[in-house]
Design a protein around this ligand. Structure first.
Ligand SMILES: Cc1ncc(C[n+]2csc(CCO)c2C)c(N)n1
Length: 221
């Protein structure tokens, strides 16, 4: 028997694969991704993370009990206090200054994805919001693992090695698994109709993640 989360992925298998095995990801694994593409991605990812933080703020607001409230607040604090700082530091290593980050123009792909997540959370409940966020959290964990298994992936002397290390780290993998577990528990007794609603959200967010890679690869604004 497959879990609800596995059924979400199966309901948009082609889209999930197009996202996780995207050309950007392959070139990153092989170490052949042009530096400009990665820098463009990193800059837009800064904006993505800011809105991702806001999404956890929305999860705080949409929480239905004190446990969810604490969990959402922890995620909000982690992204604002830790992950954004780490991202700014990592951008610095790639020659992108804080001043540059502060002046960025948001690309269409960033706008579409982040506002889609926030809109989904606004109109729906906390489960809708988590399902909209799941391709981001769970997808990156799968991508890291997938890359490590590919013959074309270069682990030593790959300029993007730190990126792969981050998403294959035990901490990150555990956080992604916790998210899967949470979603599976919340989806345990839902109706078919509700499943279809969530599957639609999951599929749309997955497509928007693939567009985010494409934006990086083609340097779109
Ligand atoms: C477009 C885009 N999608 C996913 C991630 C990965 N990511 C960002 S925050 C977070 C969860 C940790 O709170 C994860 C997995 C990214 N960086 N950029």
């Amino acid at each position: 028997m497959s879990t609800p989360f596995e059924r979400l992925k199966q309901s948009c298998a082609a889209e999930w694969r197009a996202y996780c095995e995207h050309e950007f990801v392959r070139q990153l694994g092989a170490g052949t991704l042009p530096m400009e593409a990665f820098q463009h991605y990193l800059k837009q990812d800064y904006l993505f993370l800011v809105h991702f933080g806001r999404a956890w703020g929305l999860a705080v607001y949409k929480s239905r009990d004190i446990g969810q409230l604490r969990q959402s607040l922890d995620s909000l604090k982690a992204i604002i206090d830790v992950e954004l700082d780490l991202h700014v530091k990592y951008c610095g290593e790639w020659g992108i200054s804080e001043a540059q980050l502060a002046q960025l123009e948001e690309s269409r792909a960033t706008l579409a994805y982040t506002r889609y997540v926030l809109e989904t959370g606004n109109r729906g409940d906390i489960l809708d919001l988590h399902v909209a966020l799941a391709p981001c959290i769970v997808g990156y964990a799968e991508i890291g693992n997938w890359l490590v298994d590919q013959r074309f992936t270069v682990r030593l002397d790959n300029p993007y090695g730190a990126w792969i290390d981050m998403y294959t780290s035990k901490e990150f993998q555990q956080a992604a698994q916790a998210e899967v577990d949470w979603i599976n528990a919340q989806m345990a007794d839902i109706s078919d109709k509700r499943f279809q609603e969530l599957a639609r959200i999951f599929s749309e967010a997955t497509r928007l993640e693939a567009d985010f890679w494409q934006m990086g690869l083609t340097l779109q604004n």
